[in-house]
Design a protein around this ligand. Sequence first.
Ligand SMILES: [Zn+2]
Length: 1136
Amino acid sequence: MDGPPGGTTPITPVIKAGWLDKNPPQGSYIYQKRWVRLDADHLRYFDSNKDAYSKRFISVACISRVAAIGDQKFEVITNNRTFAFRAENDVERKEWMQALQQAMAEQRARARLSSAYLLGVPGSEQPDRAGSLELRGFKNKLYVAVVGDKVQLYKNREEYQLGIGITFIDMSVGNVKEVDRRSFDLTTPYRIFSFSADSELEKEQWLEAMQGAIAEALSTSEVAERIWAAAPNRFCADCGAAQPDWASINLCVVICKRCAGEHRGLGAGISKVRSLKMDRKVWTETLIQLFLQLGNGAGNRFWAANVPPSEALQPSSSPSTRRCHLEAKYREGKYRRYHPLFGNQEELDKALCAAVTTTDLAETQALLGCGAGISCFSGDPEAPTPLALAEQAGQTLQMEFLRNNRTTEVPRLDSMKPLEKHYSVVLPTVSHSGFLYKTASAGKLLQDRRAREEFSRRWCVLSDGVLSYYENERAVSPNGEIRASEIVCLAVPPPDTHGFEHTFEVYTEGERLYLFGLESAEQAHEWVTCIAKAFVPPLAEDLLACDFERLGRLPYKAGLSLQRAQEGWFSLSGSELRAVFPEGPCEEPLQLRKLQELSIQGDSENQVLVLVERRRTLYIQGERRLDFMGWLGAIQKAAASLGDTLSEQQLGDSDIPVIVYRCVDYITQCGLTSEGIYRKCGQTSKTQRLLESLRQDARSVHLKEGEQHVDDVSSALKRFLRDLPDGLFTRAQRLAWLEASEIEDEEEKVSRYRELLVRLPPVNRATVKALISHLYCVQCFSDTNQMNVHNLAIVFGPTLFQTDGQDYKAGRVVEDLINHYVVVFSVDEEELRKQREEITAIVKMRVAGTASGTQHAGDFICTVYLEEKKAETEQHIKIPASMTAEELTLEILDRRNVGIREKDYWTCFEVNEREEAERPLHFAEKVLPILHGLGTDSHLVVKKHQAMEAMLLYLASRVGDTKHGMMKFREDRSLLGLGLPSGGFHDRYFILNSSCLRLYKEVRSQRPWSGAPETSHRPEKEWPVKSLKVYLGVKKKLRPPTCWGFTVVHETEKHEKQQWYLCCDTQMELREWFATFLFVQHDGLVWPSEPSRVSRAVPEVRLGSVSLIPLRGSENEMRRSVAAFTSDPLSLLRNV
Ligand SMILES: [Zn+2]
C-alpha cells in the first residue's frame, strides 16, 4: 500500500496511509486530494501515492491535538497552525484520528526519554548543519537542516522551529556533487535538488554536512538496525536516549554518543567503546549475536539493578552528571546486583568456570562484574582457563564475551587510584562568549594557509562544557557545537599562520578539526585559556600554567607498565613536552631537543611515537589519527634544532649537541689510530653533505664505518665548530681566553681558565669539556696517529676561536686545555681511568680486526655487572633484539678480558635485590624481554654458576624426567592485594612433570615400595611449568625454615604476578628440583654444548656496544629508561 521506498526504514514504519481531502489554503473552496501518510515521527502529505517527496510534513511531536469537526473532517492542531483534512466517511475519519492520537501518545512516551523533548526542540536531534539555501524551483530561499541521515527542507526558519516542513530526503539514496562555485546537486533516484549557497565556503560546508548524512545513512542500515532488533537496545543503556549508535563491547551495552564520550573517559580498562556505524570491522556476527542476547536488557539488570531515582540519568543530563553516574555504575559497580557469591573468590571462580560452559551469558556477566577471575585456573589442565572451558564446550558467545573482557578491571568501590579522582571531579564550569571567526571543520590537518575570506564570523558561547557557535548574537539555535568532553586537543599555531593574525585549532574525538581566528592576541589568549579550562580535568590543571602551543590528551605507555595504554594529558611549549599521567608521580618535562631517540613505529594503521630520553621512554599511540598527526608534526618540529648557535642544537646527554657527540663518538670508535686525524681534510662534497644532514636532524644520522670516512667526519665537526655564529668560546669571552694564554705563571693560568670556563653558557661549557676530553684521548695515540698535543692545537686553535691562525694564542689555549685537562675540568681519577680503559678496548678490538662497527638502530643500552654489583664492575652494553644471555655473558667476559676455563659455568643472572633472589638466565634466553620486565631493584650480573656442574651430573644420572617430594610452601598473599597475614611455611607434596607443577595438600596412602604417592585425588594447585620463573633464594624477612629455598613467580594472562616460596631440606634437594625445572622448561637443554660456545657470532655487536660520552652518570636511571621492550614494541600494544 505504501509506494515509494523513500522514507521507509524499519525504525519508522508507516502506521497509516490513504487518500484524504485537504482543506485549501487561503480561502479557496476547492479541496485538494492528497496522499497522506503517517509514521511514528511524521504526518506527511503528497500529491500522489507515487511521490517520494512530500508537499508538507508535520512532526508528530508538534501536534498538540486532533479534533473532529463537521462533515467527516478533522483537524490536526499544532502550536500555531491547524491542518484540516476530510475523510471519505466517518469510519475512515475515526481510524485516522485514532492512529494520530496513538502516534502522539507513543511519541510523548518516547520523548520523555529523549533529549529533544526536554530541550524543547522539535524534531528529534540537533542538526549537523542548518541555514538558508536557494533551491531551484522555489522562489524564496528555503531553510535546510541536515539532521542525522536526513536533509530536511522548510519554508523558513520559523517553520523549522515549529516542526512543520516541506519534505525530507533520506540520504541513504542521496548523492551530492558540486556544480559550480556556489551550487551543488543533491541527486536521488526520484529527483535532483539543485541548491545554491551564498558563498563558496558555505557550499563546501553544506557538501560536507550532506556527505556526513550519507555516511550516517549508509552506516546505520546494517549493524545498528540488527542490534536494535532487541527492544532494550533501542535506547541508551545509561541515559535512555533513543537510537543509540555506540556500544561498549566489553560491557555489552548500547549507548548514545554523549554517554559514549564519558565511557571513553573511563578508560579501556572499564569500557571499550565502539561505534555501531563507523567501526564496522568490529561487528562480527558473533558480537552482534552477543549484543542481541545480552545487550541493554541483561546489562542493566546487572549494572543498574539498584539505581536510586535521584541518581538516574536523563538524555539531557549534563556531562558532569553523566560522568559521575557512569563512574559509579561501571567503575565502582555501585548499582550492580551483587552475586550471592560476592566476596568469595574461590567460589566465584568456580561458578565462572561452570557458567562459561552453559548458555547463561548473564550469569557470566554477573560473575565477572562481581570479581570472578577471568583467567582463574579451572583445575583442568586440558582447559585451564574459563576461556578454554568455553571453547571446549563450544560456547562461542561465552568465548566472545570472555575475550572482550580479558583486560576489564573489576569494579571497586574502595579503589583509591588517582585515576579515579581525575574523572570523578566535576570539571569547572567556564563561561565565555564573543565573536570568533570560524572555518568549516576539516577531517585532516591544515596544510595551507586559510585565507581571511574562508572564515565566517560567528557568535560563540562557551558554557556548561559546550562551545556553541551561532549565526549571530541574536540567533536562538546554534549552527553547531563542540562538547568540551569531546575535545582531545587544542593547538595554537604561530601568529600569521592563516588569514587571521591569531588562530587556534580545536580537535575532537570524532576526528574533526575546527579552526578559529581572531584579530586580537589578548582575546585569542582568553579564548584559548577558557577552552583549555573547560576540557582539561583538575588533575592536569598544572599544564595550563605555562603558555602552550598544544594541549590535549593522548593514549600513552611509559615507565614499567607497558602492558596497558592509558590516557595522559600533554602540553607542548617550546621544546618542552609536559605530561600528567593519571597514575604515577608528577613528571619532569621532556626536553625534546635532548631526546636520544624520536621515531615512529608500527604501520600506518597503528602508529606509535617513541620518545627516548636518558631516563625514560614514552610511547604515544596514534589511536585517533587526526590529533596524533598534529602532535607528531609539532613534536618533530620542537625536537629539531632551532638555529645555528650551540644551545639551539639538538642536545644529547650532559648538554652536548648531538651533532658534536655523533662526530666525536665516531672518531673515537673508528679514527683514534688514523694517521693525521683532524689534520687531514675530507672530501669537500662529502663533508658538506654530511654536515647538512647533521644540521637537519643529527639524531637520525647514524654514522657507519664503511659509509663515512673518518676524515669526512672530522672535517664536518671542524666546519661545524668554525661556523658557529657565536663560536664555542663566545664572542664576548673569546678575548679573555686568548689573553689568559699569555699568563706566564702556569698555576695562575690554569686557575684563570677554570674561572673563564665557569662563565661560559652551560652548553658551551659541556661541549668544551667533551671536546677537550676527546682530544686528550686522540693525543694518547699520537704514536700511531701522529697527532700530538701541539699538532691538535694547531688545527683546533683557529677552528675554535675562529681566527686565521696567524697568531698562536688560540692554539696555545687548546694546548693548555689538553695538557691540563684533568685540573681544568676537575676530572677525577676514576673517570679518567674508565675512559682510558674503554678507549684501550676499542683500539684493541680494532687492532684485532674483529670489529665491523655496525650499529643497530633500536638497541637498548643496559648496565651489566661482572661478579658483583659495584661501580668498578659495571659494563654498559647495547642489547640488540637478537642477543641471547650467552652472547651477553661472553661479551662481558671479553670486555673484561676474562678467560673461560673448562667447567667455569659463566652465566648471566637476573638479581632481584628486594626479593633477595636470583635467577640464572638460560643460555638461549633473549635478554631484551628480560630487561623489559626488570624492576628498579633488579639488575643483571655475570658470574659463575656454582651449582651447574652438580645439576648437570644429577640430570645425567637420574632415571625418568619427573620429580616429586615434600617441600615447605608459603604463598605471598599480600601481593594479591588482600593484605591478609601471610602465615608461615607448610609442608606440601609436589609433583613436577613435563607440563606442570602440582601441589597436594597431603599425601594419601603413600606406598613405600614405589616412593610415589597416591595421586588420584585432585591437586590443590597446579601451574603450567613453562610459565613459571624460578629464582634461587627466599627473602630473609619471611623466615624460611631452611636456607635452601626458591621463589617462584607465575605471571597470569592478565599480567598479574603470583608469587610463592618453596624450601628444601638440603642443598642437594634444592639443586635437583632446580635442575628438573630447567630441564623441563628448556626441553632438556640446560647448558650449551661446546661447539655453540665457540661458533658464536657476535662480532657485529661488539664495537657498537661501546659508547663513551652518554654513559657516564646515574646508571640506575639508565637501566630504568632502557626499560624494556621486546624487538617488536607493537606486539605489546596489540594485546591491549
Ligand atoms: Zn546515553
